[in-house]
Structure formats: structure tokens, C-alpha cells
Design a protein around this ligand. Structure first.
Ligand code: ZN
Length: 318
């Protein structure tokens, strides 16, 4: 309950800060912006994907002469966004950053390239695509019409690769830092940090709801990366799925992973297999706990008994 109150009050504070901070620019209520966009800071828009369609969230960052898109989505979603963005800002999209290699974030790459943008990601993202694709693309193509309509057989790799763990773009009053703080949700996880605006875009390294996906993760290490993200002291956190919020998203995601890991460890000590495990996580984990926890238990179990990151164990996408 304490957590729920804190989450609620933070959201109110966050909305108040957004309303006050932007002055005239934020006079338009969020729900009236094109595409359901939310203005979370001056020149920073958050577009929440439809979780029922498996869509990821997208963030748009305005620079003096161009826009940066973080997570361009599936091809169909990318086409929708290309219609919406000119209504938010007349500036062209110059860069599209893939936070990681998953299809709901990166499969629209070729749509953005065709529209004149340059896709980019940390080097490990392309490596992940080489490892998982085109298998996942082809599997998903069976059910997704936008992949069928693309006529393509594989995800287009990011055109620009960021070497190292950080890239900074500056322009006008804006600083944009692309950070690769380590293996959490995937080994290619990239965050976008706006230090002046104190806005953190996490990709699926943090989600706001029961959307965690652990199959490609390093579950034991992930909370440490989130701790580093918390140390940035963001005021606004834009997750990969679910609504925007504040630091409580990072805190909650971290705690869910820690509690799950410990619970599975205890059950392993009783020599139970994942299907024999009866795990009830603490109440504060409820917002992050899916209706069926078994896949997460299986991934955590595999990581613990094999003594390597879950994502490094050969597996199919679930
Ligand atoms: Zn993902």
C-alpha cells in the first residue's frame, strides 16, 4: 500500500512538474497532442505503444535542427509514427536509436532508413541481431501483417554502430547521452539520458507493468545496472513498455528481479524444478508480476543452475 501511494503521489508530482516546467509549450493537455504523445520535458515527447499489439514505447527528442527517435518500433508502428511526428515538430528525424535488438523496438529500422533517417545502436545490438535473426523475424512474420507487407526477410541492421559505452550529442541547450551500462534485459541494452532535463529512457531494461522479458537477460546482473541508473537521479523515467513515471519504475523493476532471483534460489535448495516451484512474490512486486510467472521462473532457474547469464544459454524466443 505504501508503495502504491508513493507511486500515485509521484505521478501527480510528475504531472505537476511537467505542467509547470514547460510554460506555454505545455499549455496543450497531453491527451490533445497528436498520436497521444505526452510532452515530458520541453522538446521531449513520449509515445506509449499499444501493449495489446505488442508495441514498445517511443521517445522523440528535439535538437536545434533535427529529431532523435528512441525505439522506432515495428514497421507498422514506424509508419504510424512517421505520420504523427511532423505534427509534433517540423524538424526531420536524423537519428533512430535502437535501445536493443528486440523486434518491437527495432524491426522498423528499414522504414526509418527509407524516410531518410540514420538508424544507430551500440555494437552489441547488431551482434545480437546476427545471433537471433533472421529466425525471430521469420517466426513473427507468420502472424504479423506488417512484417509480411515489408517484403523483407530479416531486420535491417543499424546503419551506425556506437563503439564503447557512451556517445554524447550536444546542440543548443540539449545534451543527449547514449549509455551502455551493462547486460540487463539484453547484453546490448542502451539507455538515453538527458542530464539537463533529468529524463532517462530505458528501453526494456525497465518496464512499468508486468512486461519483463527475461529470456535474453542476465538476471543476476540486471539489478546492478538498474542501481547505476537510479544513481543518475532521473526525475522522469520513460520505460520500454507501460506508462511514464519516475525513479519508482527503476526501483520496482530492480526489486522484482532481486525477489524473483532469491525466491528461485530458495526453491532450488529444496531441489524443486520450475514447475514444482510455488513462488509468491512480495506485494510490492505485484505491478511487475505477470499472470503466468513460469517463463520467468524457468529463465531464472536456468541461469542459476547453469551458472551463466540466462541469455547466453541457447534458447528460442518465447
Ligand atoms: Zn525487449
Amino acid at each position: 500500500m505504501r508503495v502504491a501511494l508513493r507511486r500515485g503521489s509521484f505521478l501527480l508530482l510528475f504531472l505537476l512538474v511537467v505542467a509547470l516546467a514547460g510554460g506555454q509549450d505545455t499549455a496543450t493537455p497531453a491527451q490533445d497532442l497528436p498520436g497521444g504523445a505526452q510532452l515530458v520535458a520541453a522538446g521531449v515527447w513520449f509515445l506509449q505503444g499499444d501493449v495489446d499489439k505488442g508495441e514498445a514505447n517511443t521517445t522523440v527528442i528535439e535538437m536545434p535542427d533535427y529529431l532523435i527517435v528512441v525505439d522506432g518500433g515495428y514497421p507498422g508502428r514506424a509508419k504510424e509514427l512517421l505520420q504523427v511526428l511532423p505534427k509534433l515538430s517540423p524538424k526531420p528525424v536524423k537519428y533512430v536509436f535502437d535501445t536493443h535488438a528486440h523486434g518491437d523496438h527495432a524491426y522498423g529500422n528499414s522504414v526509418w532508413t527509407a524516410a531518410g533517417a540514420e538508424t544507430m545502436a551500440f555494437a552489441a545490438v547488431s551482434a545480437d541481431m546476427d545471433r537471433w535473426e533472421p529466425g525471430r523475424w521469420k517466426a513473427l512474420q507468420q502472424t504479423r501483417e506488417d512484417l509480411q507487407a515489408s517484403g523483407e526477410q530479416d531486420v535491417e541492421r543499424p546503419k551506425k554502430t556506437i563503439d564503447g559505452e557512451r556517445l554524447t550529442l550536444e546542440g543548443g541547450n540539449r545534451i543527449v547521452e547514449f549509455l551502455a551500462p551493462g547486460w540487463g534485459h539484453t547484453d546490448g541494452d542502451g539507455y538515453v539520458w538527458l542530464p539537463k532535463d533529468r529524463v532517462l529512457v530505458t528501453g526494456d531494461a525497465a518496464v512499468n507493468g508486468p512486461y519483463s522479458y527475461l529470456a535474453d537477460a542476465w538476471i543476476e546482473h540486471w539489478p546492478r545496472v538498474l542501481e547505476a541508473a537510479i544513481q543518475l537521479r532521473p526525475e522522469v523515467v520513460l520505460p520500454g513498455h507501460g506508462p511514464a513515471g519516475g525513479e519508482e519504475i527503476l526501483v520496482g523493476q530492480r526489486r522484482f528481479l532481486l525477489d524473483l532471483y532469491r525466491a528461485v534460489e530458495v526453491q532450488i535448495a529444496y531441489r524443486r524444478t520450475p514447475r514444482q516451484m510455488r513462488i509468491v512474490l512480495p506485494p510490492w512486486d505485484k505491478p511487475w508480476t505477470p499472470a503466468n510467472l513460469l517463463p520467468d521462473i524457468e529463465d531464472t532457474y536456468a541461469e542459476i543452475v547453469e551458472r551463466v547469464p540466462a541469455g547466453s544459454i541457447a534458447h528460442e524466443a518465447k
